[in-house]
Design a protein around this ligand. Structure first.
Ligand code: GSY
Length: 175
């Protein structure tokens, strides 16, 4: 029996070490996970930190197709963070790699440790700018629509830094 693939978006961030290499490694680790295909990513943006004073982040959003459940996708994301030796001394502090499950199909889930759409994504320009580059009408928390956000969105502090990350799908299509 063929398991149908779900389209999901993952938020990627890094503000320690070689930030761009960390994001690329996160994509490679996810893409190497059975049941996950990274289809494409947004451009990479350099973004002002939200939270305590800390170095600027690089952020991007990855579009994946997966046969995993949302919980399994979260676990795979946490596993990739661990493989990147994520250092996170404080809750909102710097980290080598942060991978958030932003959306999972059109699902709205609220379980321990797993809320999708991500409950703070609509407040974060460092998530919305790259996400809206890939999908003009993404699922959002509550009954919000992307049109409401666009007018509110303050893209200050979100600066294009690098082209999209490499994916196997992109290499196969010659992109
Ligand atoms: O929530 C992800 C980690 N994070 C970030 C981030 O990825 N980018 C920016 N600009 N600020 C952040 N603050 C936290 S915590």
């Amino acid at each position: 029996m063929t398991v149908p693939e779900v389209r999901a978006f993952l938020g990627l961030g890094s503000n320690l070490g070689d930030r761009l290499a960390n994001l690329q490694r996160a994509v490679d680790l996810l893409d190497a996970t059975p049941g996950i295909r990274v289809v494409r990513t947004s451009r990479v943006y350099e973004t002002a930190p939200v939270g305590p004073p800390q170095p600027d982040y690089l952020n991007a959003v990855a579009e994946v197709r997966t046969t995993l459940t949302a919980r399994e996708l979260l676990d795979a994301s946490l596993e990739a963070e661990r493989a990147l030796e994520r250092v996170r001394a404080e809750r909102w502090g710097p980290r080598t790699a942060d991978i958030d499950v932003l959306t999972f199909g059109a699902d709205h889930l609220d379980e321990p440790g797993l809320t999708v759409p991500h409950p703070r994504m609509h407040e974060r320009a460092f998530v919305l700018v790259p996400l809206l580059e890939l999908e003009s009408d993404p699922p959002l928390p509550g009954d919000r629509s992307a049109r409401d956000l666009r007018s509110d969105l303050d893209p200050d502090g979100v600066r294009p830094f690098a082209p999209p990350l490499d994916t196997r799908a992109g290499a196969a299509s010659g992109r």
